[in-house]
Design a binder for this molecule. Sequence first.
Ligand code: C5P
Length: 324
Amino acid sequence: MKDLPGTDASPPHPRRVVVEAPAKVNLGLKILRRRPDGYHDLDTVFQAVSLADTLTLAVGEASARPFEATARYCSPDGVCLEISGPDDVPCNEENLALKAARLIADETGHSLAGLHIHILKRIPPGGGLAGGSTDAAGILYGLKSLWALDLSGRRLRELGLRLGSDVPFCLLGGTARGHGRGERLIPIHRTLEFWMTMVNAGIRVNTSKAFSAFDPARHGKPGTLDPLVEALEYGRPTAFLASLENTFEDCVGDLYPGMADLKKELISAGASAALLSGSGATVWGLFWDETEARRAAQTLRTRFPFVEAVKPLPFGPWMRKQDR
Ligand code: C5P
């Protein structure tokens, strides 16, 4: 039977969604061991932050809207990827956001023909801030809405892990402890408030190479991140500062000789502590108040190509706009 006009109460699916995909930093990271599959088991605390890439996903007529882009790639099967930002982000089949679109399309039987993806990149690539992983997470999250997919958060995170170890966290967001490759996540109810100023001297670290530099005998340290988690949950500033650690700081010295100086720069600019994020090369400084974080950012911006004052976010990717 045909529906009478106006009797279908369900709204039409969006034709265009705009998703904000936040960067992450690691507040703590311990490499525990090398696994037989080549990955490493971690104990880490992820934190989503207020610097985000903006992803626009559009189908049909909505996709005809022009985007200003610095790179453009259209595949033979009719999906177009456009990027505005640094010119060394791959704009081809190697792009993790495009891989994410292909994965979720394959899994759900959707066609990618006519899909336009535009990425406004603000997160520096190769900086230990999960720039590529968060774009992939944002695509999974955005296509779930665009295609009205009935996929649980858990299922999305399982798909995400097939794209990269940080993608499950990027879907979850907020503050979370990660075990395994970083995909076994426990949300942390953070009560401690702070700001961070992130600095990258224009150096990119290859994650695989950074993990290869890990020598358990030299860099493995006893202990856990329990004190860090407790400091975050119970709002203990002194314990928090005392428990910040990242194993990569000990093993990427050769790959990234300027890291120690960058930490000193942040401390000189007023940070209470400074730590490498992930495998680097972004370093973040800890500030108890926004004004101080922004002042430090202003000072450092004259000397480094990437400087950003950010606050921790209590969520992951979010929908900024939906057009029907
Ligand atoms: O998972 P993802 O593709 O982001 O990882 C990139 C590389 O980093 C892997 O190929 C692996 O060499 C290394 N890695 C690791 N242990 C992890 C995460 C990543 O050895 N937990």
